[in-house]
Design a binder for this molecule. Structure first.
Ligand code: 3PY
Ligand code: MG
Length: 261
């Protein structure tokens, strides 16, 4: 997409299909300024977190505007029931937590795409369609081509179904949530426990083998290297953890203050 007047940034599906690693971060803070800061810092994408963050839909729409203006690709992590409105607000992708099966993934992929590919409801009064200025068949096509669906898998059952979930038409990437996975496997938040790491390795390799982009939380260069060797290419850090760690370091004169993600 070359016309920057279009509210939707449609670059992400190609970026996910390409071979290059992508670096972004979850952001749960309800602030368009943070989105701009992430863009100017050089991240490829920002995940506006409407699962664990406190942004309402109004602020989320302003954050989507900030992303478009500053040139960072905005993904929104949202619950299934919010998905249609998030897309109408102009998100480049939706990332839905706790996808458990291929059938579940198929339903969500269907909600993400207009007919004939899916069953998304159509309206051109939305920000995504320029409030009607860019409505019509071109908007439908642009949306189907330029919006990605990212399934999150965060349980052992979902890891076991990773190949089938990734193979679903309309799934562009599959993201492993290590924190919930570790909890579901009985390891609390210790996702470095060996059984959790083995499950992550199995999941990432299955997603890559299905030809889709594997994603995961990566808090350090070592995480990126390890998960990258298992196929991951869509790496997410966490804005609050980065900020809190920097603040704690400043407050403790540079000593490690033990901040956790
Ligand atoms: C998890 O680790 O459970 C996630 O959802 C990533 O934020
Ligand atoms: Mg999770």
């Amino acid at each position: 997409m070359t016309d920057t007047r279009f509210p939707i940034d449609g670059r992400l599906p190609d970026m996910l299909r390409g071979g290059k690693p992508l670096r972004g971060l979850f952001n749960g803070l309800p602030s368009p300024a943070i989105v701009e800061m992430c863009a100017y810092a050089g991240f490829d994408f920002v995940i506006l977190d409407n699962e664990h963050g406190s942004a309402d839909l109004d602020v989320t729409e302003h954050m989507l505007r900030a992303a478009r203006a500053s040139g960072i690709v905005p993904v929104v992590r949202c619950f299934e029931h919010d998905l249609p409105r998030i897309l109408d607000m102009g998100a480049s992708a939706v990332q839905v937590p706790m996808v458990q099966s291929a059938e579940h993934a198929r339903r969500l992929a269907d909600m993400t795409r207009y007919p004939p590919l899916g069953g998304r409801g159509s309206a051109f009064s939305t920000r995504a369609a320029g409030y009607g200025a860019f409505g019509g068949a071109a908007h439908t096509q642009r949306s189907n081509d330029g919006i990605a669906f990212i399934a999150m898998i965060e349980t052992p059952e979902a890891i076991a179904a990773a190949d089938a979930i990734a193979a679903v038409d309309g799934v562009d990437a599959v993201f492993i949530g290590p924190n919930d996975l570790a909890h579901a496997m009985g390891h609390g938040s210790d996702w470095n426990a060996q059984p959790v790491q083995h499950a992550i390795e199995r999941g990432l390799k299955a997603i890559a083998d299905a030809g889709k982009c594997p994603g995961i939380i990566a808090l350090t260069p070592a995480d990126e290297e390890k998960y990258g060797a298992w196929g991951a290419r869509y790496f997410a850090n966490v804005s609050t953890s980065i900020i809190t760690r920097a603040l704690a370091q400043a407050a403790s004169a540079g000593r490690d203050a033990g901040v956790r993600y």
